[in-house]
Design a protein around this ligand. Structure first.
Ligand SMILES: C[S@@+](CC[C@H](N)C(=O)[O-])C[C@H]1O[C@@H](n2cnc3c(N)ncnc32)[C@H](O)[C@@H]1O
Length: 274
């Protein structure tokens, strides 16, 4: 299938003007994938965009670079959607020289096969990207037909895993960093503890989990993770206000945060040794 046909099928794109680098939201509907998860699951749409959380990714890259030792590091971005978060993360890493100092692979998966195919194609509609592509020379190449090819260092460091359900995914080895954005708030309340268990299994002891939420933090996080953001550092919303404390005991026992999070209402946690 041509990339035009792949993007035109089942993909709706909404343009939201006025915010640099984030004017476009896309929706990939994949009803087939949701059918497999069971009757109780909700329909999720793969909405995402390029350079969505630059402040957060800058922080996460710093934290990854600061991981002890010199072993190769693996990042898992889940849900990956069509891959734009992984593209953005690699760009954040390149800007900070991450790949010059550490061996890092940025991996990811999503339950949607359609989103996974689009992520693998590494070709996106032009309107996802800023007008000026010159800061991304060698990374983003404008094609003649209104699309942009992602290439060079980005594809070198990025690895799109087969489409998988987080509730069934069994990593061969857990990841040094797991980035799970915009999933928790979509998961039914009765599935939250299962999601936390799955994220704990995905994250190596001592590794980092970043997730976000627009409601309260699930208390199930406490036995598995120590909060690195919270009281003493707080986490800061898109509007620049300190939002709220993180979960109970984990917060008071938490390390003093070394990094301030500036977008995504994100929480950064360290996996405790089980
Ligand atoms: C709102 S999007 C978030 C995408 C991306 N992380 C972001 O923030 O831009 C939610 C994604 O979760 C995926 N998803 C839903 N349930 C899932 C599951 N059980 N396992 C893996 N991915 C899932 C959907 O296919 C969709 O791509």
């Amino acid at each position: 299938m041509s990339h035009q046909a792949a993007w035109q099928e089942d993909v709706r794109i909404r343009i939201r003007p006025g915010r640099a680098d984030s004017g476009v939201k896309l929706y990939v509907t994949d009803r087939d994938a949701f059918g497999e998860v069971g009757a109780g699951s909700r329909e999720f749409m793969a909405n995402t965009h390029f350079l969505r959380y630059p402040g957060l990714f800058e922080v996460l890259v710093k934290m990854l670079a600061a991981q002890e030792g010199d072993r190769p590091l693996r990042v898992c971005i889940m849900p990956l959607s069509v891959g734009l978060e992984a593209v953005s993360f690699v760009i954040a890493g390149l800007r900070q020289g991450l790949f010059e100092t550490r061996r890092v692979s940025v991996e990811g998966f999503d339950i949607s096969r359609k989103a996974t195919e689009l992520a693998r194609s590494a070709i996106y509609p032009r309107l996802f990207f800023p007008d000026d592509l010159s800061p991304y020379d060698g990374l983003l190449r404008e094609l003649a037909d209104g699309y942009v090819a992602v290439e060079g260092a980005i594809t070198k460091y990025m690895n799109v895993l087969p489409a998988s359900d987080i509730f069934a995914f069994e990593p061969d080895t857990p990841f040094d960093m797991v980035i799970c954005l915009n999933l928790l708030m979509h998961v039914a309340e009765e599935d939250r503890s299962r999601l936390v268990e799955s994220l704990a299994a995905l994250t190596a002891p001592g590794g980092i989990l970043c997730l976000n939420n627009n409601q309260e933090w699930p208390v199930e996080l406490v036995p598995h993770f120590k909060a690195l953001t919270g009281p003493g550092g707080g986490f800061v919303s898109l509007h620049g206000e300190v939002e709220k404390d993180c979960v109970g005991d984990a917060a008071s026992a938490g390390e003093r945060p070394e990094f301030a999070v500036t977008d995504a209402n994100a929480m950064i946690l360290r996996r405790v040794t089980p």
